[in-house]
Design a protein around this ligand. Structure first.
Ligand code: HEC
Length: 94
């Protein structure tokens, strides 16, 4: 009987801890694949390309960076329209 009680207590204690450990979704493979297909033939390194626009990205949170990057990519060798968002999100997390 004591075991059941202890298990119940453990479950209650563990629940909030697990909820706090949820990590944000990073679209790593999809974003990287789009970069490889659309950008890498001219840019060897995503981080170096991003460094050139650090004046706008520095101090911004990933969601804000993603908005700026999406607008930039729209005017700079954009991939298929439905891929722009994913690519911008991936770059914004770097
Ligand atoms: C046909 C070649 C080519 C392709 C494809 C290309 N770029 Fe570029 N990109 C350039 C050139 C040239 C520059 C300007 C020179 C530099 O900054 O190195 C540039 C500059 C940039 C910059 C810096 C902008 C600035 O103001 O200095 C970023 C960021 C960038 N590209 C991202 C991308 C992304 C993301 C993709 C894929 C969607 C992409 N590029 C595809 C040629 C290309």
């Amino acid at each position: 009987m004591r075991g059941v009680w202890a298990f119940g207590l453990l479950a209650v204690l563990a629940a909030p801890a697990c909820a706090g450990e949820r990590t944000p979704v990073i679209e790593e493979p999809a974003g990287e694949a789009i970069w490889e297909a659309s950008c890498a033939r001219c840019h060897r390194d995503a981080d170096k390309a991003l460094a050139r626009v650090s004046w706008v990205l520095t101090g911004q949170l990933p969601p804000e960076r993603a908005v700026w990057l999406r607008d930039f990519i729209l005017n700079h060798h954009p991939p298929a329209h439905d891929k722009i968002e994913t690519l911008a999100g991936w770059l914004a997390q770097r």
